[in-house]
Design a protein around this ligand. Structure first.
Ligand SMILES: NC(=O)c1ccc[n+]([C@@H]2O[C@H](COP(=O)([O-])OP(=O)(O)OC[C@H]3O[C@@H](n4cnc5c(N)ncnc54)[C@H](OP(=O)(O)O)[C@@H]3O)[C@@H](O)[C@H]2O)c1
Length: 451
């Protein structure tokens, strides 16, 4: 597994994401056998290797193991400091690393910092355009709108080939999101009923009880639509709605997702609703950033006629939950055909958080002599079957980027389609104003009034 001279360079290594996700993922991976001979953590703070170890352990509240401590070194570097890139190249050179070895650059930075960093990396001879072993892991968001994403891509393409870019949407690394394809395509009962004739509504939900907290600067620029819908929720919706891909190869799956994303549009009868929790504006006076959004989408494809796709996300709501809920059309039960019985609609729930599992609601005879019908639930706990440490999403992302597997990464064409939808939601929602809701509500839509 170990590759002579393989490098990982982390930009933004003193940040929140590094402490919460990237370093803990490397820690988990290194319990196994991590392939990087050196991990360069880059930041502005005046630290050395041991100083960084202590810093990140305190910030992330975890302990680095010895193998990782041996691999991690720190280099002081401000994004625009050309000399610091050259001195990094010198330090790498001094360790005698094989220039043909893999180099992964994890850019846990703001979208506007991506291009300047790559320009500097190239100038210092650390990153080569078109060299497949040199890979860029780009954190979301990729842009702030369709227009700005296209502008970043245009500036990036002369610097890095599309095949060198691994755009992260960490939801794609989550176990139950990866399970969507298996549930859909490995079960005849679902493949036969996965269409608008049988499914009335698909809800894609990711709500939480916490507020914006320490990520206020970022969040106030992004808001719920750009932070959650544009990326995670639309990826989930695409995995549910896409046609059967020709193969399970990453490119084939990606093409199927792009096709369906291009067919998604806002439901003109159900305009999107946006809200902001009470108290948010006290943190950012005058802010009109939305902390809640619900949008109804339709898909212009024959197999999805009549199905509503509802995406909903928000902060400071009554519970923390991420799931995909499919509501099947109701059915009537004709027993002897002199009487028919209403049966509750079936529901299939793919649970992502806090449980990882699948629930299927179906109808059963009421126990006893009669022929009553009542809904019952079959409940499968996926995480219960995992032995030991379950792999975190970022471990899978890092491993896939290492091996060159793009299944869990978003291509630019997907992002373009996602930004087009997000921009449309923003524009339509703004026409109806922002609803202020009290923290902790269960149903935001029943609260408050438009501002
Ligand atoms: N945090 C999350 O949960 C999360 C989730 C998904 C995506 N993301 C994305 O990941 C990226 C990073 O997020 P974050 O939450 O980690 O941000 P953060 O906590 O603000 O950290 C930013 C990092 O970038 C460094 N930095 C900023 N400007 C720099 C400069 N001019 N030169 C050198 N280093 C500089 C900071 O160094 P200093 O320590 O010196 O300030 C820090 O290490 C963002 O694009 C964000 O959208 C974050």
């Amino acid at each position: 597994m170990e590759s002579r001279g393989a490098l990982l360079c982390i930009f933004g290594a003193t940040g929140d994401l590094a402490a919460k996700k990237i370093l803990p993922a490397l820690q988990q991976w290194s319990n196994d056998n991590i392939p990087f001979e050196r991990i360069w953590c880059l930041g502005r703070r005046p630290l050395d290797g041991p100083g960084y170890h202590a810093f990140i352990e305190a910030k992330g509240n975890f302990r680095l193991n010895q193998r990782l401590k041996k691999a991690i070194d720190y280099h002081r570097l401000a994004f625009d400091d050309a000399a610091a890139y050259h001195s990094l190249a010198d330090r790498i050179g001094a360790e005698g690393f094989d220039p043909a070895a893999k180099r992964l650059f994890f850019l846990a930075v703001k979208p506007e910092d991506v291009v300047p960093i790559i320009v500097q990396l190239q100038a210092a001879g650390l990153f080569a355009t078109g060299k497949p072993e040199h890979r860029l892991l780009l954190e979301k968001p990729f842009g702030e709108s369709l227009e700005s994403a296209a502008a970043i891509q245009q500036r990036l393409l002369p610097l890095a080939a599309e095949e060198q870019m691994y755009r992260i949407d960490h939801y794609l690394g989550k176990e139950m999101i990866r399970n969507i394809l298996t549930i859909r395509f490995a079960n005849r009962i679902f493949t036969e009923s996965w269409h608008g004739g049988a499914i009335e509504t698909v809800e894609v939900i990711s709500i939480e009880t916490s507020g914006v907290e320490e990520r206020l600067d970022y969040y106030d620029r992004a808001g719920a639509v750009n932070d959650m819908v544009q990326s995670h929720l639309l990826q989930m919706a695409a995995l549910v709605a896409m046609d059967t891909p020709q193969t399970l190869e990453p490119e084939s799956i990606r093409r199927a997702k792009i096709d369906v994303l291009k067919q998604m549009r806002l439901d003109s009868l159900h305009p999107p609703v946006i809200g902001q929790y009470a108290g948010y504006a006290a943190q950012v006076p005058g802010s009109t950033t939305e902390t809640f959004v619900e949008a109804t989408l339709r898909i212009d494809a024959p197999q999805w006629q009549g199905t509503r796709f509802v995406v909903r996300t928000g902060k400071k709501l009554g519970e923390k939950r991420t799931e995909i809920r499919l509501h099947f059309r109701p059915t009537r039960l004709c027993l002897n055909c002199s009487e028919t019985l209403e049966a509750a609609p079936n529901q299939l729930v793919i649970e992502v958080f806090p449980q990882e599992g699948v629930q299927l609601r179906f109808n059963s005879k009421t126990p006893g002599y009669g022929y009553g019908v009542e809904p019952v639930t079959a409940d499968y706990c996926h995480s219960c079957r995992m032995i030991g440490n379950k792999p975190e999403a970022y471990v899978k992302l890092l491993k896939n980027a290492w091996s060159g597997d793009k299944t869990l990464f978003a291509g630019f064409a997907e992002l373009q389609a996602q930004w087009r939808i997000a921009d449309e939601i923003q524009a339509a929602a703004r026409e109806h104003g922002l609803v202020v809701y009290p923290p902790g509500v269960w149903d935001m839509r029943e609260q408050g009034g438009a501002t």
